[in-house]
Design a binder for this molecule. Structure first.
Ligand SMILES: *[C@@H]1O[C@H](CO)[C@@H](O)[C@H](O)[C@H]1NC(C)=O
Ligand SMILES: *[C@@H]1O[C@H](CO)[C@@H](O)[C@H](O)[C@H]1NC(C)=O
Ligand SMILES: *[C@@H]1O[C@H](CO)[C@@H](O)[C@H](O)[C@H]1NC(C)=O
Ligand SMILES: *[C@@H]1O[C@H](CO)[C@@H](O)[C@H](O)[C@H]1NC(C)=O
Ligand SMILES: CC(=O)N[C@H]1CO[C@H](CO)[C@@H](O)[C@@H]1O
Ligand SMILES: [Zn+2]
Length: 458
């Protein structure tokens, strides 16, 4: 008994020593974490095209079929949600084009470097730096500018002309040359670019683009292998949003409903951000009956489920086009494929795959919320979470360190046990009935015979 108590005490001390160590920036053997995004990788591309390298990657790791991402389903808001675990209204990067009414500042993805836009949240690379580790980044949105007075220790200035191979080369160099780099992130523009240009229903062009994406994943695995990182690094491959086909006959033309002199456009499609220049109610009334495939909301009436209301930078009127519809003022279709629509649409969802010592092998999950990734990454790195909208419990079963039993297995076992018990009970009753029923009249007699046979009575 004493020995048992001693062992329990020993185990407790050992465990707390581990958890103390995990939070310390000097921990040498903590596995680094690499987060990779292939922009606009719709979840179901995985079902409809071939990805030999990606398949190999998650056959030995984790595959989460689709991520419910955040509204609006655009690149910058969603990359910042992956890095902060926050909805757009809480991290402040609300769209590709923003206007701040109190400072009159304007944000666009070409002019994004003012920390003002980003400082409402703390992305994971900043927490990593504050914890005493180093981080490295190759063009993940927001990593080439100051956020709360930090950039990653190593980063590349955004330049779409830099090849995937070069971005990857820089990342693996930083990871191997400096052991205190514990978090790295890598961004690539495809298949988003091809999806916009040709539309996701152009299977010829998509097949070409997705083949290249898979080759890049192959290159990633190969380089990590050659540098000795493969197997001891945790790698997450994911994306920000999906893509849907647009067309010239699914246009919503604002000029047919409202006068250009009555409003300013901050952002247009598929989510419009409109500032009325006079009384909003008349403008709102015209917009709300403008087109059956477009919804108009006054800021206060934006549905809760979108988590897109509580921020100064959300404009007084928001327009949301239905899946595949495009809002223009007048004129032609700007893009054959687009995203940004309601985040409950399957076509807007990306996927996630993970591989490394922290992850289970050959594990599949149906879905998580994209904001759940942030608490998972904090857990893997042993750094403390900032307040966020994600939930570690949704995704913890992807980790080897968690004791989880597959729900299907549990249900299977329960049903199995139930069937066995029922069968046994049934058989038992049947046998009992067979033995007892015909012999009932003689039961007394048998008992007497038994009594006679009892050696103790002799
Ligand atoms: C970029 O945005 C800032 C405000 O955030 C603004 O002052 C500046 O004029 C903009 N630059 C360009 C080239 O638009
Ligand atoms: C990234 O790698 C290239 C070589 O592929 C090198 O020329 C460049 O200097 C590296 N950039 C940084 C910032 O280290
Ligand atoms: C796909 O795009 C190519 C290049 O624009 C074009 O030639 C081809 O007709 C398109 N295919 C479909 C099915 O739209
Ligand atoms: C999201 O998280 C932030 C930070 O904790 C919190 O302020 C906000 O209320 C949360 N949003 C929702 C909808 O719970
Ligand atoms: C026990 C231990 O390793 N403590 C270290 C934790 O990290 C700080 C610097 O961040 C060191 O000063 C401690 O020695
Ligand atoms: Zn895009």
């Amino acid at each position: 008994m004493h020995i048992k108590a001693f062992l329990i005490l020993l185990a407790t001390c050992y465990q707390s020593a581990i958890s103390l160590n995990a939070g310390n920036g000097t921990q040498k053997d903590l596995s680094p974490l690499l987060l990779v995004s292939f922009d606009g990788f719709r979840a179901d591309y995985l079902k409809n095209y071939s990805f030999p390298n990606l398949q190999k990657f998650f056959s030995d790791g984790v595959h989460i079929e689709h991520l419910t991402n955040v509204f609006i389903t655009k690149t910058f808001p969603n990359h910042y949600s992956l890095a902060t675990g926050l909805y757009a209204e809480s991290h402040g990067i609300l769209a590709s084009r923003m206007y701040d009414p109190s400072t009159k500042k304007v944000f666009s993805i070409q002019n994004d470097s003012d920390p003002f836009w980003w400082n409402e949240a703390t992305p994971i690379w900043v927490s990593v730096e504050e914890q005493g580790y180093k981080s490295a980044a190759a063009m993940w949105p927001g990593t080439d500018l100051m956020i709360q007075n930090h950039t990653p220790t190593y980063f590349l200035k955004y330049d779409y002309k830099v090849s995937f191979r070069e971005r990857l080369g820089n990342i693996t160099k930083w990871l191997t040359e400096d052991e205190s780099v514990k978090f790295a992130t890598l961004y690539w523009e495809e298949p988003d670019h091809t999806g916009h240009t040709f539309g996701p229903e152009n299977t010829t062009e998509m097949r070409k683009a997705l083949k290249e994406v898979d080759e890049n994943i192959g290159l990633l695995m190969q380089q990590l292998n050659e540098t000795g990182l493969w197997g001891r690094i945790n790698v997450i491959i994911t994306s920000d949003h999906g893509m849907v086909q647009c067309s010239q006959d699914r246009l919503i033309k604002l000029d047919q409903c409202i006068n250009r002199s009555s409003y300013t456009v901050v952002d247009l499609t598929p989510v419009g951000a409109i500032i009325p220049l006079s009384e909003p109610s008349a403008l709102y009334k015209n917009l709300s009956k403008c087109h059956p495939h477009m919804k108009a909301y006054l800021k206060n009436d934006i549905p809760d489920k979108l988590h897109y209301r509580n921020n100064e930078r959300i404009q007084p009127i928001i327009l949301v086009a239905d899946e595949g519809w495009t809002i223009v003022q007048q004129g032609n279709l700007p893009r054959l494929g687009d995203h940004g629509y309601d985040n409950s649409l399957r076509s807007m969802h990306p996927f996630l795959a993970a591989h490394g010592p922290a992850f289970r092998k050959g594990y599949r999950m149906e879905s998580i919320n994209s904001v759940d990734l942030y608490p998972l990454m904090c857990h893997i790195l042993g750094i403390s979470e900032k307040p966020n909208n994600g939930s570690y419990s949704h995704i913890r079963c992807a980790l080897v360190s968690e004791k989880c039993t597959d729900l299907a297995v549990v249900v299977g076992i329960v049903i199995g046990v139930f069937i066995v018990l029922t069968t046994i009970t049934f058989l038992f009753r049947l046998m009992k009935n067979r033995e007892l029923s015909p012999s009932r009249p003689f039961a007394r007699l048998e008992l007497q015979e038994d009594d006679d046979d009892d050696p103790l009575l002799e």
